[in-house]
Design a protein around this ligand. Sequence first.
Ligand code: ZN
Length: 248
Amino acid sequence: MGRRTTRIGTIVLGRTKLREQDLILTMIDQNGAQVRAVAKGARKPGSRLAARTELFCECDMLLSCGRGLPIVQEAEVRNRHGHLAYDMGRVAAGSAMCEVARLTCYEDMEDPFLYHILSRALDAVGEAKDAQNEALLVSAYAIKVLSHCGWRPVLDACVACGEPSMARFSVASGGVLCQSCAKDVAGAMPITEAQVSWVRSLVLSTFDTLATCEVAQETSTFLAHLAHAWCATHLDARLRAFEFYAGV
Ligand SMILES: [Zn+2]
């Protein structure tokens, strides 16, 4: 049976060793679907493919498809997101975002938004003023993507009774709770109005704004924990890279 080729933009989300010198790449394609492909010889020292299949790398790929996984024939770099490569904090930030991307895109399910927001978020980390702003970007990326996928936090009124008073936040219930409803909900954490408006701005603010705004370390840490818990609960998955990044 012949193999057909297809050319498509992708971002590398994960790399798994295969045999001596090969890799299996997990990627999101420009249509927002998850693609896995074999990069032959990509672990050979000096291989042209090695540098083009790094984590975070945005490439035009020529894939040949047939039985089994597609095979990478050519890869041309569009955007290496190179600012993520030389700083451990940024590598961890990018890895956490790629992990969320990997858990929210699926084979045979197209959603171009997921590709574009990841590409933009990876770029934005390079524009972050400092580590606190990086944490805001990772948290915002996670909350924006989950909101898009149907898990948008309720922030304007108690998620249980609709009273416009908010004393606690419950990840499992899906948003803020008033004092009286919170009594019956295990794991509802105290939240201030200022913190609620920060969560709101993760949903609504642009990455540009979040990359440069003033934010206290206490706040960015709180938001990273909340965003991690939001993802782990609603995606029902353990997110190791995000855990490492958020320090949970
Ligand atoms: Zn209530």
